[in-house]
Design a binder for this molecule. Structure first.
Ligand SMILES: Nc1ncnc2c1ncn2[C@@H]1O[C@H](COP(=O)(O)OP(=O)(O)OP(=O)(O)O)[C@@H](O)[C@H]1O
Ligand SMILES: [Mg+2]
Length: 256
């Protein structure tokens, strides 16, 4: 099993876009992934076309003690999905940073066997390091970090590294990989950020670059992943290659 937290403390770097499109790529390859919207902004939920009441979302798991498996919807693209709701913001304030609360998501994924062998789980995190994000990092086996071709996104990745070092000191070691998103070939900032990422992260920086793509952007406008919206586009190709790379290097373990 691999549970992947998609996280960067910087907002707007493509966490939700990557979760939606990597999950769609997995479904296209017959992997029936589980994607969890773990962000009170509920952008992934909006993209899914669902409009659930709070209790039927991940908020219901925390507030009403619903089983995670009772909250799963299967989307038309084959992705199993647990939605979110803006009420989830209350959970971030309600829960303390005690061990039991922070481990609730992990325990449920294991107890309910939602992260069984070969079924990848993707968690779309919010752009803040609160109880929710810490819970996601603890539930995860690995962390995938999108970085857009801008300097502040590099800062976000650096802050995440500090957090991961803090967790590792407590015995919770989570490998991470970084990929560049919204890359523009020949654009000076894109090239500088890509160079800096290569320098900083070495083999933990993905070879695959996800380009700035009209199909990705337009697909989101139509509430569709890029494989549904434009299956032959470069955007679809980028997310396919990114998934291939993450599987080939053993970062995401699946049984095909
Ligand atoms: N490769 C891409 N090509 C074009 N547009 C993109 C790409 N990746 C992301 N975007 C756009 O960038 C914006 C931010 O992306 P997204 O919402 O996925 O970021 P996020 O990290 O989840 O944000 P937040 O931190 O608020 O949750 C969206 O409008 C999205 O459509
Ligand atoms: Mg998001």
């Amino acid at each position: 099993m691999t549970v992947v937290a998609v996280f960067n403390q910087k907002g707007g770097v493509g966490k939700t876009t990557a979760t939606a499109n990597l999950a769609a790529a997995m479904a296209k390859n017959g992997l029936a992934p589980l994607a969890i919207d773990f962000d009170p902004q509920a952008h992934l939920t909006a993209l899914s076309g669902l409009n659930p009441t709070a209790k039927d979302t991940i908020y219901g798991f925390y507030q009403d003690k619903h089983a995670l498996s009772d909250l799963v919807h299967t989307l038309p693209n084959g992705v199993n999905f647990i939605p979110s709701h803006m009420e989830l913001a209350k959970v971030d304030m309600m829960l303390s940073q005690n061990r039991r609360d922070l481990r609730r998501l992990k325990k449920a994924l294991v107890d309910e066997m939602l992260s069984m062998d070969g079924v990848p789980v993707l968690i779309d995190c919010c752009p803040m390091l609160g109880v929710l994000s810490l819970s996601a990092l603890i539930a995860a086996d690995v962390v995938l970090v999108p970085v857009t071709a801008e300097y502040l996104a590099l800062n976000g990745a650096q802050q995440l590294d500090q957090t991961l070092r803090g967790l590792a000191a407590k015995g919770i070691k989570r490998p991470r990989k970084v990929f560049i998103n919204r890359y523009q070939r020949g654009h000076p900032t894109s090239e500088k950020v890509a160079l800096e990422l290569t320098h900083r992260y070495g083999t933990d920086f993905c070879r695959t670059r996800v380009f700035e793509s009209q199909s990705v952007l337009e697909g989101i406008g139509q509430y569709q992943d890029v494989f549904t919206f434009a299956p032959d586009s470069e955007g679809a190709e980028d997310f396919s290659y990114l998934l291939d790379e993450l599987i080939e290097c053993g970062f995401i373990k699946v049984s095909m």
